[in-house]
Unconditional design. Sequence first.
Lengths: 215, 215
Amino acid sequence: MSTKWLNYIVNKMKKTKDTSTETGILNAAKRVFIKKGMTGARMQEIADEAGINKAMLHYYYRSKELLFEAVFKNAFSMLAPKLNKVMNADVPLFKKIEDFTSSYISFVVKHPYIPTFVIQELNRNPDFVKNLVAEEHFPNIEVFKKQVEKCIENKTIKPINTEQLFINILALTIFPFIGAPLLMGFTRTNKKQYKDLMKQRKTEVAQFIINAIKV
Amino acid sequence: MSTKWLNYIVNKMKKTKDTSTETGILNAAKRVFIKKGMTGARMQEIADEAGINKAMLHYYYRSKELLFEAVFKNAFSMLAPKLNKVMNADVPLFKKIEDFTSSYISFVVKHPYIPTFVIQELNRNPDFVKNLVAEEHFPNIEVFKKQVEKCIENKTIKPINTEQLFINILALTIFPFIGAPLLMGFTRTNKKQYKDLMKQRKTEVAQFIINAIKV
DNA sequence: ATATAGTTTAACCAAATGGTTAATATTTGT
DNA sequence: ACAAATATTAACCATTTGGTTAAACTATAT
């Protein structure tokens, strides 16, 4: 019909590749996969979400497996580079911890299902992490490690294994979102109250970590 | 055949209800559901795992949904009462934190997939937590809250919101297991090395938490 | 304008899946 | 020993699901 032709020139003029079929599928797939997981998602549902015929999914991505992979890598690439950037920045350790927790919590508040999705699917298929580690922008904690060790020498912080500290920072930042439904139960809070807790956290977690390690 | 009859009296004599069909199904279902999740699990696979006909699953549990519910409640009942017991114990706060982290890490080392499973499925269906909260032995942090508030008055610990502290303890204890595949990637460790990290953690996490809050 | 290449759809298909049934075997109470 | 109740199985069934195909539609280059 004429609507399609109209859409075409409108897109051409706006230069909106965002609304092209291929990225439309990817975005729809992202929504569905993140909500239902690889095994729970249905190709038909993704097609409906994207407002196109199911055959298009296979036309652009060949199989459910490959479409899922595209979604997963896309989701992971939202998490990892941010982590890398902050961890490798040239700022003092305590400031770095503040920056990291604050900016990561902001991110997760905006995309609360991404960490859950990534961790869930990585548990389903742990071998998949090998592919990721090999990639260019996979986070590396070497710089952070040197920094922590120097702080220990300086007696700025108590002796601690860098890996443990790193795990602690990630745990305190990410877990409250992954475990939200459970934690809302334990703390008897509703959505709004829990959200307020998370807001409070954004400013307080860093201090908790710093208190734990400073001499 | 005679083997079945033999099995019957042997079970009767040993009083091993464990090997009865019904609990056999539950255990098989537990293994499969925990590994693959509700949507990824297949009824046939559960039947195979239990070594019985698929119709038996419906004979004893009616539907996949109900079988899953039985498994979930069973899994959850392994997590929750332990938590309740330690949190409500009549011991000083710092000792309580040590007891909790140590015993919980021991538990999770033995059953590493249980927290992941519970949290994953609770994310899939957050409303399910309502059922749980209503139940008798659902963890309650009131006692713990009183204790924390008293410690703050005493100036034994710095002021902190009890809910935040509770979330922090859980995060530091559970997240390293839920996020294991991802964290093994970030820290560039293999299974054995990561296991060693977890062993070290068992004695060190409590100190991390205590350092963070003590005045 | 027209042939060529790229895009989209409706209709299909085979395999997988949760669930049922009717017949058989086993256990139990008497 | 035997009838009633319970447990178990093989064969089915309807629906769902990922994936395919052939035809129609649209865009592009000459």
